[in-house]
Design a protein around this ligand. Structure first.
Ligand code: AMP
Length: 400
């Protein structure tokens, strides 16, 4: 397998699966890149390849086109932005497996970059079709997967295609490498104590990661909507807070397993409760197990903030997935902000901190903490599945 840090791919045509599934905005009938985080995160790989004298064929999906080409999902819209970021012209092929595309990739010279049209304009991409993957493989001498965000999908360009390259002709890009190495710093041999912070709306979405973390973490901190399923399972009154009635047993089982395994499970002692799901609603701080009828917990309270900050500041390794409250509304963001502050402080004092999963990443960005944690994962679903212990097809196929 190719390790980009050790192998110089000069004079090679390198086919790179990237995740340029970026949000676009429309202005006067023209589409523009609204957030280029995903493009930016693959720049180290692309710059390294160009510096080494390779040529690059880029392939990605964009959005969810239903059947065939649709202008609003065309990758042509990102060409100007990508060219500017790379500081060189990027050529575009209007069908990823069209004759023009093959002619353009065959004619590439060292230092040139070609972007292929949206892979998902062909249904075969998501079907993991072998013949389609084989066609795509003709674009490169070497295949690199740098799309961690889609590594949990067994699609033609993310997994099946790897089989058409010999082990020494395929590998990961620098982003994928970093994602795997950083996740393994938490999972494989963490410095202790390892504190995992889990928040967000529902227990159901996080149960597998909680179960896995019960085997590796010293402390698990629970916040957000899912803490009310735990509070109710423990016999508490939670008013009209978000509760998954069909997960009460699961919550009880998690609490029991934590006791058995000696894992400290921290639930919020108190909550900021509101009488409506609204920034202008009336609020009161109450015990998380004594939320009055008609009120709902929308954030962790001041006592929980303090207790969580203490646990986080003592950690040597931190994993954070999911906000502590409805951080999108100003009046319910104090809990998430307090946790972000504690994670940043702990990192300053030498802890390794990894933030992953869509909403916690949005939260650290919103509060300006992205530069103050050790690593922000780019893969929401993929990161969750990696932490759940699942084999990600995009990683397994390249490793072979
Ligand atoms: P998830 O995608 O499961 O990580 O959930 C993130 C969402 O959970 C965010 O949009 C938050 O607004 C929401 N959330 C966090 N805390 C609560 C809460 N106490 N009640 C309802 N929704 C919440």
């Amino acid at each position: 397998m190719i390790t980009l840090n050790e192998t110089k791919l000069d004079n090679k045509r390198v086919l790179v699966r990237v995740d340029f599934n970026v949000p676009l905005t429309e202005e006067n009938g023209r589409f523009k890149v609204a957030d280029d985080t995903r493009i930016r995160s693959t720049l180290p790989t692309l710059r390294r390849l160009l510096d080494d004298g390779a040529s690059i064929v880029l392939m990605t999906h964009l959005g969810r086109p239903k059947s065939g080409p649709e202008d609003r999902f065309s990758l042509q819209h990102i060409v100007p932005h990508l060219s500017e970021m790379l500081g060189r012209e990027v050529a575009f092929a209007d069908d990823c497996v069209g004759e023009n595309a093959f002619a353009a990739s065959a004619a590439l010279k060292p230092g040139q970059v070609l972007l292929l049209e949206n892979l998902r304009f062909h249904a075969e991409e998501q079907q993991g079709d072998k013949a389609f993957a084989e066609k795509l493989s003709r674009h490169g001498d070497v295949y690199l997967n740098d799309a961690f965000g889609t590594a949990h999908r067994a699609h033609a360009s993310t997994a099946v295609i790897a089989g058409f390259f010999a082990p020494d002709q395929r590998g990961f890009g620098l982003l994928m490498d970093a994602e795997i190495k950083n996740a393994d710093k938490v999972l494989a041999d963490p410095k202790r104590p390892l504190v995992a912070i889990l928040g967000g709306a529902k227990v159901s979405g996080k149960i597998m990661i909680i179960e896995r973390l019960l085997d590796v973490a010293d402390t698990i901190i629970i916040g957000g909507g899912m803490s009310y399923t735990f509070a109710k399972a423990a016999g508490g009154e939670v008013g009209k807070s978000l509760v998954e009635e069909d997960r009460l047993d699961t919550a009880r089982k998690v609490a029991e397993l934590a006791r058995e395994k000696g894992v400290e499970l921290l639930l919020p002692q108190d909550s900021v409760a509101a009488d409506a799901f609204d920034n202008e609603a009336n609020v009161q701080v109450c015990n998380s197990q004594e939320i009055p009828d008609g009120w709902m917990g929308l954030d962790i309270g001041p006592a929980a903030r303090k207790a969580y900050a203490e646990a986080i500041e003592n950690a040597k390794t931190i994993l954070w997935n999911g906000p502590m409250g409805v951080f999108e509304l100003d009046n319910f963001q104090a809990g998430t902000k307090a946790v972000a502050t504690a994670v940043a402080k702990s990192t300053e004092h030498g802890a390794f901190s990894l933030v992953g999963g869509g909403d916690s990443v949005a939260a650290v960005n919103r509060f300006g903490f992205a530069e103050r944690v050790s690593y922000v994962s780019t893969g929401g679903g993929a990161m969750l599945e990696y932490f759940e212990g699942k084999t990600l097809p995009g990683i397994a196929a390249v490793k072979g």
